[in-house]
Design a protein. Structure first.
Length: 186
């Protein structure tokens, strides 16, 4: 009875996440009888409400590699603060190896302007408006890690105010334009 309830809880928890397959890599090992193929999968998982993670899984079969990658992604979820639940609070840059990314907050209606691996991260995260550019390496593994590096440095005005012992309104008043939305004339 308890085991069945645990399985039901796990299914409910898993159903809240969306997963995006970013990349599958086929590798061959040459053995005496020919080639043995293996597969590596890169998966991004998120709840579209500010939590996102990525995972890497390797196996002899594609579905098994995807399952392993999804499990790894769910274990490594990070929370990212979003402005109005749709865009970033401020512009950020991140890097991993030779992969560099730049992300900018965007006004409502802009959409997700991003390349493949970064787009998967933003869709899983729940971002609706963002402008981004990847520079350097186009390796999907490095781009996803660089995107996560940038997202980890994302901070909300509320957390900055709490850390500095100020009120959010006093921080917002210092912004150019008096706390108006990004892209608005001010």
């Amino acid at each position: 009875m308890a085991r069945e309830r645990d399985r039901q809880d796990r299914d409910d928890r898993d159903s809240e996440f969306v997963d995006r397959l970013v990349h599958i890599n086929r590798v061959a090992k040459v053995v005496k009888g020919g080639r043995r193929f293996g597969f590596a999968a890169l998966v991004v998982v998120g709840d579209q409400k500010g939590r996102v993670g990525f995972g890497h899984g390797k196996a002899r079969e594609v579905p098994e590699a995807i399952r392993k990658a999804t499990e790894a992604a769910k274990r490594g979820l990070v929370r990212v603060p979003l402005r109005e639940g749709r865009t970033l609070h401020h512009d950020v840059a991140g890097r991993h190896g030779a992969g560099k990314v730049v992300m900018r907050a965007a006004p409502a209606g802009t959409g997700i302007i991003a390349g493949g691996p970064m787009r998967a991260v933003f869709e899983a995260l729940g971002v609706q408006d963002v402008v981004s550019k990847s520079l350097g390496s186009s390796n999907p593994y490095n781009l996803v890690r660089a995107t996560f590096d940038a997202l980890k440095s994302e901070d909300s005005p509320r957390s900055v105010a709490a850390r500095r012992g100020l009120k959010v309104s006093s921080l917002q008043a210092r912004r150019p334009g008096g706390g108006t939305d990004v892209g608005a004339e001010g």
